[in-house]
Design a protein around this ligand. Structure first.
Ligand code: ZN
Ligand code: ZN
Length: 351
């Protein structure tokens, strides 16, 4: 496939460049432990996810031929969602993108309405299912959280479209530390960047960036120079966490202890094969069940599957493995649901 060749060439160049210019990566006095002396970030366990080029080649060489599969799109009611100022709802737009509505506040997570999860329009993982809501059908959005800068989570086309759609009342964007400059370059106003465990208010809400186990890169030269995060969004009567992209780690217990329990958690269940390559950066469904427990979530919702083909598992495998993992762990299947693309669910909070 052409995009794989392209990626391999780009990564080869990056590997050479980073070998030539490598500086030591050490903790910096007076700064949090994940800030390093070379200007890059590491995970809370000190690990920087940076697989050698040989490992990437080994993965691609042995990769099975995954068949594309377009899962069915659920019916929804964009008019109701646009008018709704009272009901709490969650709509899965696809991949890590949700529309969350609570007490008249409209929130988007990792919005992606583009055709591909890629830096270029002609190559890269292509969308299998149309977005579950059209961009033009969205209600006015109050705030948006971005977990990290990988192309399946931060899509330039989408950001520009949202910038142009709400010029009179722009949404506030919450982004991980170091990502604001990218938005500034696009002329996007109202961007708040936060380090792990930092919070900022939004009206009655408190928005907190939390650590997860992952990495960032949009080019061969910027690996881990910008932070990655999950997001806790809490109002008086509702606590929601979107954990972005992550391998399993001790971070979830810490998030659950410090900021849980949660009414709803959005947890990734896809992009896990092969495990030897993906485990550090992507949890599998069994680990997602453990995350559901660690977070102390009343309700978890699956994401990061069935929308773009990124890894080696069959497109419809994650929900099957999730069902098996829930049964194995003795967790009620209703506690961790898999939504259809486009599906809207009413939410209940703990009060
Ligand atoms: Zn990612
Ligand atoms: Zn991802």
């Amino acid at each position: 496939m052409r995009w794989i060749v392209l990626v391999l060439v780009v990564v080869a160049v990056a590997a050479c460049a980073s070998l030539l210019g490598r500086k030591p990566s050490e903790p910096v006095d007076g700064k949090p432990a994940h800030h390093r002396s070379d200007g890059r970030f590491v995970n809370t366990d000190g690990v920087a996810i940076n697989k050698p080029f040989s490992a990437l080649l080994k993965w691609r060489w042995n990769a099975p031929d995954v068949k594309p599969l377009a899962l069915p799109l659920a019916d929804n009611d964009p008019d109701y969602l646009r008018e709704n100022r009272s009901d709490s709802t969650l709509t899965w737009i696809g991949h890590s993108a949700f529309l969350l509505q609570h007490r008249g506040v409209n929130v988007l997570t990792d919005p992606h309405f583009g055709e591909r999860a890629s830096p270029v329009s002609f190559a890269g993982p292509k969308r299998l299912v149309p977005p579950g809501l059209e961009l033009d059908a969205l209600p006015d959005i109050d705030f948006i959280v971005i977990s990290h800068n990988h192309y399946d989570h931060l899509d330039r086309y989408t950001v520009e479209a949202l910038r142009d759609k709400q010029t009179d009342n722009p949404p506030t964007w919450f982004v991980p530390l170091g990502q604001k400059a990218w938005f500034d370059d696009l002329g996007v106003s109202s961007v708040v960047e936060l380090d792990w465990w930092q919070s900022a208010p939004f009206g009655e809400w408190e928005i907190t960036a939390v650590p997860v186990h992952h990495w960032t890169s949009r080019s061969p030269f910027d690996r881990n120079t910008v932070l990655w995060a999950g997001w806790v969004m809490a109002s008086d009567d509702f606590r929601f966490v979107h954990i972005g992209d992550s391998g399993y780690s001790a971070d979830f217990k810490a998030i659950g202890d410090r900021l849980g329990p949660f009414d709803v958690a959005a947890v990734p269940i896809g992009a896990y094969l092969p495990r030897w390559f993906m485990k550090a950066a992507h949890m599998d469904p069994a680990e997602a069940v453990q995350v559901h427990r660690d977070l102390r979530a009343t309700q978890s919702v699956a994401m990061h599957w069935g929308t773009f083909m990124l890894t080696d598992e069959p497109v419809d495998d994650p929900p099957k493995r999730l069902a098996a993992a829930l049964a194995e762990a003795g967790v009620d299947a209703e506690e961790f649901v898999v939504m259809q693309h486009g599906e809207t669910r009413p939410l209940t909070s703990a009060d």
